[in-house]
Ligand binder design. Sequence first.
Ligand SMILES: [Zn+2]
Length: 221
Amino acid sequence: MKEVADGVWQLTGFPPHGINEYLLGDVLVDAGASFSRRQILKDLRGHTVSAHALTHAHADHQGASKKVCDELGVPFWVGEADADAAERPELIRERQPDKLINKVFWKAMAGPGHTVDRRLREGDEVAGFQVLDVPGHSAGHVAYWRASDGVLVLGDVMNNQNPLTGVPRGLRLPPSFFTPDPERNRQSAKRLGELEPKLVLFGHGPPHRDTAKFVAFTEAL
Ligand SMILES: [Zn+2]
């Protein structure tokens, strides 16, 4: 794992930066795909983990959630409007745009559902970060924001690479075929730009530290 900010680690991910998980203090944020379990548990060895939270309940973020929660004995925290999908992953497939790629991805990556212990809402605190409601890419998508040093974990509200191929790198909105409500997601992205974050951490793509570029991109949306 790599420490990318004070008390914030980016897990190894597979492929690197392709599917990201983060440790914020003692809270694991996102759990990759179903095949990510071994990598996540290996990365977390030697670290204290007290809870597991999601940015959103999609197959490449909740894939190993149940196994991680069971093996580490930690509670599962999910944005309020995604909690039912985190418990019953067939809802993930049903809520995604009706495209073959979503069915294929769901089959390849979704993990079993797991009981949600805490439904996250705007303004809640998680490991010193504030929960922000940023719906659109999923109904209950949340971001985690630490104003004191400008660290933002925004899940898939934006990507910093092509999420299918990994190339090219660079800021973009997630593809509409992965996003049930692209217009709402665009508004969420603009809101995040107004925070003027110093470090942005994505579900897909490397960390981004160019505040001016991030703000300009979101203003133009
Ligand atoms: Zn997603």
